[in-house]
Design a protein around this ligand. Structure first.
Ligand SMILES: [Zn+2]
Length: 209
């Protein structure tokens, strides 16, 4: 498999980009990696990059976007932060990736059993982490079940995963609300913004469509 070029990037649409990622994740789940020579891709991408998707995911060591979607060099912009939320700097990075560098798809990729989400559920406090976890708290609040406070913590894995799913949804809402550039591109059909959840038990990505 070759690195993307200006020509191949120009043929990509939001739907085709999504299809590429879905197919890549199926290859990953079946341990059928596409045949690509990364060193050759270093050479092929040395004059420029023409990625087709931008993926916001967690720093979790088990959720590398390039690996779980079986992508090579020059294929995706990978934005990673614990708890996969957005702030102004990340929105700026996404605007660069879509408006200036031509990606057609933004994926907000959460994952099951997320440590950052668990920390937010437990109201964990530690140095700069305290303020960071506050960015995930709106998702904790937005998940209204169960009501019993003793069940609303990291020992309840269903609750944790529901908060992760809500966090993905709220993050997508924020992208559209806080980035006029990306909202306009979505309205014009130039990009699509989709949420997804990676299952750390199976390697499968479930897209929310
Ligand atoms: Zn995580």
């Amino acid at each position: 498999m070759k690195a993307h070029t200006r020509e191949t990037q120009a043929t990509m649409t939001p739907e085709k980009s999504l299809q590429y990622l879905k197919e890549g994740n199926v290859r990953f789940q079946n341990n059928l990696k596409a045949n690509r020579n990364l060193l050759e891709q270093v050479n092929d991408t040395s004059d420029g990059q023409f990625p087709f998707a931008t993926i916001l995911s967690c720093i979790d060591s088990r959720v590398s976007a390039e690996l779980v979607f079986d992508q090579g060099l020059g294929d995706i912009f990978s934005v990673r932060i614990a708890g996969n939320f957005v702030n102004q700097d990340i929105l700026g990075s996404m605007e660069f990736a879509c408006k200036l560098a031509g990606t057609k798809l933004i994926v907000v990729l959460g994952h099951t059993a997320c440590g950052a989400v668990k920390g937010a559920c437990d109201d964990a406090k530690l140095g700069n982490l305290t303020d960071m976890l506050a960015k995930i708290k709106p998702a904790v609040k937005a998940v209204t079940e169960p009501k019993d406070a003793s069940l609303r913590n990291s020992s309840n894995s269903d609750f944790v995963d529901n908060v992760s799913a809500k966090n993905v949804q709220l993050t997508i809402d924020r992208i559209v609300e806080e980035s006029d550039v990306l909202a306009e591109m979505q309205t014009n059909g130039e990009i699509k913004i989709v949420g997804a959840m990676y299952d750390i038990n199976t390697g499968a990505v479930n897209f929310y469509e």
